[in-house]
Design a protein around this ligand. Structure first.
Ligand SMILES: NC(=O)c1ccc[n+]([C@@H]2O[C@H](COP(=O)([O-])OP(=O)(O)OC[C@H]3O[C@@H](n4cnc5c(N)ncnc54)[C@H](OP(=O)(O)O)[C@@H]3O)[C@@H](O)[C@H]2O)c1
Length: 316
């Protein structure tokens, strides 16, 4: 049975992906900064370099500051999925938070590169998260993978993130980078934030609401990680977004129709309010980014949820 190591596997995407991988017959080792929080009562298994949690799921500790990964866990791994990184949306972008957002990605990538160089392993491929924060704002035609990184904090971060993991290719490891759109899940992430005002009867549209949101259903995203892992012809950068992006207004109204049966009153949150509330992050909320899914479809991937209506209907 092949083993997949997932860095940052305790998060929104990693938890859903773990289930999918286990259902597809893989062992999963989740690499976490604090595995004992989740696998406290379980015994360390030296052969796997991890604590068994349940079934085929294990937790292994890494320490990015101290540059430590359990060599036994690495030796036992066939595939790596690299998701780790401090949340971009959770806190205001102060100088220290920006540093943490950037370095949690670049330093964790550098540690993987170093560990793979220094320890014996049989890793065949590495699928790394990246984000559509690489692009934008809209330029008239959908963004494709060869477009350059946009100037600014997110563009710079994505560029550094992608560059930091690239050296694994020098070891003959097949590398795929998925530039993920806004992940739609009923368990958290962006939709949780969209839903909050609906509890008070308001469907909050960001600014004018015309800005395009390139999104992906969490199930399609996890299927895409698995597809990229199992498809040897995939290599390089792919956008991980649904084929039909939507405006912020359409996303909000569609969600409201399903959650409140359309009872929530649509209300535009003016740009200056967003700027006050979110600071620099408001630029991203108001930015229009139409991103193409063509390359991944050309690679043979089929979306279960190409439209927002299908996605929201499934999630709620
Ligand atoms: N969700 C989205 O809409 C979206 C969109 C585009 C890109 N992405 C990217 O895709 C990846 C996975 O997304 P997600 O939504 O699953 O993220 P998430 O729920 O925030 O989980 C990320 C995981 O990374 C680890 N982590 C957090 N802070 C860290 C730090 N300072 N240093 C090292 N590790 C840290 C955590 O694991 P431990 O605490 O167990 O170590 C956490 O569970 C992230 O890199 C994210 O930026 C997400």
């Amino acid at each position: 049975m092949a083993t997949v190591m997932i860095t940052g596997g305790t998060g929104l995407v990693g938890s859903a992906l773990t289930k999918l991988l286990v259902n597809n017959g893989y062992n999963v080792v989740i690499l976490s900064r604090n595995p004992l929080k989740t696998a406290q009562e379980h015994e360390y298994e030296g052969r796997i370099g991890a604590f068994r949690s349940s079934g085929n799921v294990y937790y292994s500790r890494w320490d990015i500051e101290k540059k430590y990964i359990d060599p036994a866990a690495l030796a036992n791994t066939d595939h790596i999925i690299h998701l780790a990184g401090a949340s971009v949306a959770e806190k205001r972008w102060t100088a220290s938070r920006k540093k943490e957002i950037l370095e949690s990605r670049t330093r964790s990538s550098e540690l993987l590169v170093k560990a793979l160089r220094e320890h014996p392993h049989k890793v065949r491929d590495l699928i790394s998260a990246s984000a559509i924060g690489w692009y934008g704002p809209d330029k008239g035609t959908p963004f494709v993978e060869t477009d350059p990184a946009a100037p600014g904090f997110l563009g710079d971060t994505c560029l550094a993130w992608e560059n930091s993991i690239s050296p694994v290719e020098e070891q003959g490891i097949r590398l795929v980078k998925l530039r993920m759109g806004i992940v739609l899940s009923h368990k958290g992430g962006a939709l949780k934030e969209f839903r909050k005002p609906m509890r008070t009867g308001v469907a909050a549209i960001m600014g004018a609401g015309k800005q395009v949101v390139s999104w992906i259903h969490i199930e399609d995203l996890c299927r895409l990680f698995l597809y990229a892992m199992e498809e040897p012809a995939m290599r390089g950068v792919y956008n991980a977004v649904a084929p039909v992006p939507v405006s912020n207004r359409e996303l909000t109204i569609t969600l409201s129709e399903h959650i409140t049966k359309g009872r929530a009153i649509p209300m535009n949150v003016p740009e200056f309010v967003l700027k006050t509330m979110l600071g620099e992050m408001s630029v991203e909320v108001l930015k229009s980014a139409t991103v193409s899914s063509e390359k991944v479809q050309q690679a043979g991937f089929e979306f279960f949820y190409p439209t927002i209506q299908k996605a929201i209907r499934d999630l709620y």
